[in-house]
Design a binder for this molecule. Structure first.
Ligand code: NAG
Length: 169
């Protein structure tokens, strides 16, 4: 699609059928309403989603996170969700957690829920190829390889390796 300087758009296609819907509302709001009449209203997000969420990268340990949660509770700061970034993981591996610094992570969700708060866990869309700290194989990588689920290089058969840049504080 190319927007031309004149009020015009050029479409170049290699085939197929294009269906055009044109919304003629006088204002942007009317156009949005007409569009929603066609496609339907979006689902309402969970109510807590609209509340304050505390999210940052770089918590040193679960103790530090809890300290911050407690401090906010002590001053009655209303917030609905606590996010912990990838520092909770063991060596930045999805579906793992650091058994030392984030030892009680499974209990942490219950600790927040008991207070009416939510816990948001961050996952990165990347699976490490390396073993765990104790040398054992990383299950997610092993299973993915066994099932050949990885995105391949353009040769169609070699799993594509990407690089995750980690900025340490
Ligand atoms: C990627 O390559 C493997 C062989 O290494 C193959 O079995 C798999 O089907 C390929 N995946 C895709 C999406 O083409």
């Amino acid at each position: 699609f190319v927007v031309q300087p004149a009020p015009a758009v050029t479409y170049r296609t290699i085939g197929g059928i294009l269906d055009f819907y044109i919304f003629l509302g006088d204002t942007p709001e009317q156009v949005v309403q007409e569009y929603l009449q066609l496609v339907g209203l979006p689902a309402l997000p969970a109510y807590w989603n609209l509340g304050f969420q505390l999210s940052r990268y770089g918590y040193a340990s679960l103790d530090e996170v809890k300290e911050i949660v407690e401090r906010n509770r002590a001053v009655n700061l209303p917030y609905d969700a606590q996010v912990i970034d990838i520092e909770y993981m063991e060596k930045r591996k999805d579906f793992t957690y650091d058994k030392v610094k984030f030892k009680e992570l499974p209990e942490f969700a219950a600790y927040l829920h008991d207070y009416g708060q939510k816990y948001i866990i961050i996952l990165d869309p990347a699976i490490s190829t390396q073993n765990l700290s104790d040398g054992s194989s990383y299950e997610s990588y092993r299973r993915g390889t066994a099932r050949k689920v990885w995105v391949n290089e353009s040769d169609g058969v070699t799993p594509l390796l990407g690089e995750v840049i980690v900025v340490l504080h």
